[in-house]
Design a protein around this ligand. Structure first.
Ligand code: GMT
Length: 381
């Protein structure tokens, strides 16, 4: 099939999922067209089946806000016509489902019928989408999608609770590709980060409030009071400055390494012993899953879809949001001795393998087939 994918190209779960899905679809012989404002960060290899179409938004001084949705829907119309695209898959409802719907309607005027699949990722529903300023438009564009998917059961339920949704929401989990992670890869260069006797604790995020960065630091502080340890903080975002300030207050600056955004997530996870994800809410927690497939157990909150990914007492531990005391105690249970740590590492991989892309890809392909074959369903005759 010829598939247009719309996503955010930046560091962030939804963009990563969309990009990895597109790459996997291309290797299965589909022709995949990414339509977004920048080449997605994980889209390094442009191959025969992968295309990238950049959306330009010309600056015009009259506009206080430049109209990205307008530029995106126009680009979609042009791309779909030029490449004879079969269907449109938009990731993150805002504003992609809205722009996709407009493109669909413009194309219908010309007798072209392209089904739209909308994948809900989390904050498009739980934080931004439910805001009264956006809610009517988000509800409308979800209801106008031919198929709606969510990345966890928890997000499906939250969407149904928060919005007046008319149709089905199908759960298609996020995924990893286990073939990328060789069990024989042992050269993790951990000496570059820590001494031999130190455990390495890692957090990766976009440093937004929802990630509860102060909790990450307080948990680590309690860990390092008990055992030698380093904390690696990967990512950029509004909470970073405060994080550096908290490190100074806790006098742990020499034990915390801020790496900024990175394209070497797997390399960092390779030398990590524990991953911290104490988020306020998390529809899925792709970062936790990526840690687990890299043999890193997870200490997380139990909010949103995280319990669908991190299994309590198996791949790590879960606690109520904000219970840093318990999170630190559980972290130490994992880290104190090599035998326990190795058992958790092994379990983390086993749980993560259940989310292998080979289980997930056929679900998307089935949805595409179904949406494509019913593309004339709502056409007035
Ligand atoms: O919060 C983020 O990390 C970014 C956000 C995004 O849209 O990129 O992540 C959301 O989508 C990811 C991929 O489906 C999920 O794994 C994250 O849990 C979800 N974030 C939240 O729900 C806060």
């Amino acid at each position: 099939m010829k598939i247009a994918i719309v996503c955010y190209p930046t560091f962030g779960g939804s963009g990563v999922v969309a990009t990895e899905l597109g790459i996997a679809l291309a290797t299965r012989g589909h022709e995949v067209h990414f339509v977004t404002y920048k080449q997605p960060v994980r889209l390094e290899l442009l191959n025969n089946n992968i295309y990238f179409h950049e959306v330009h938004v010309p600056e015009y001084p009259l506009f206080h806000y430049q109209p990205y949705e307008l530029a995106l829907s126009s680009k979609l119309v042009d791309t779909i016509k030029l490449y004879d695209i079969d269907l449109l898959h938009v990731h993150y409802a805002i504003p992609h489902a809205y722009a996709g719907y407009m493109a669909k309607k413009m194309l219908e005027e010309e007798g072209i019928h392209v089904p739209m699949i909308t994948t809900l990722h989390g904050t498009d529903i739980t934080l931004v989408g439910k805001h009264p300023f956006y809610k009517p438009a988000v509800t409308f564009s979800i209801n106008q999608s031919d198929v709606v998917t969510s990345v966890s059961e928890s997000l499906r339920q939250q969407t149904l609770d928060l919005f007046d949704i008319k149709g089905e929401i199908e759960v298609v989990s996020n995924f990893i590709d286990k073939r990328k992670y060789s069990p024989n890869y042992t050269d993790c260069e951990r000496t570059a980060m820590a001494n031999d006797d130190e455990r390495i604790v890692t957090h990766i995020s976009n440093f937004r409030k929802v990630k509860r960065i102060p909790d990450v630091l307080h948990i680590f502080n309690k860990i390092q009071e008990e055992i030698p340890a380093k904390l690696i903080m990967v990512g950029e975002g509004p909470e970073k400055e405060n994080a550096e300030f908290i490190c100074e207050q806790l006098r742990i600056t020499d034990k915390v390494i801020f790496l900024g955004n990175s394209n070497e997530i797997d390399r960092i996870l390779c030398f990590s012993d524990l991953f911290l994800l104490p988020s306020e809410t998390e529809s899925f927690g792709l970062a936790a899953l990526e840690a687990m497939i890299n043999k890193v157990p997870v200490i997380s909150s139990n909010s949103g879809g995280i319990p669908e990914v991190n299994k309590h007492g198996v791949s790590g531990y879960l606690s109520d949001v904000g219970n840093v005391e318990e999170m630190a105690v559980n972290a130490l249970k994992i880290l104190r001795n090599d035998m326990d740590l190795n058992a958790f590492k092994k379990n983390a991989v086993t749980v993560a393998e259940q989310f292998d892309i080979l289980q997930i890809l056929p679900k998307y392909e089935e949805i595409y087939e179904r949406a494509y074959s019913s593309r004339f369903k709502n056409v007035d005759r």
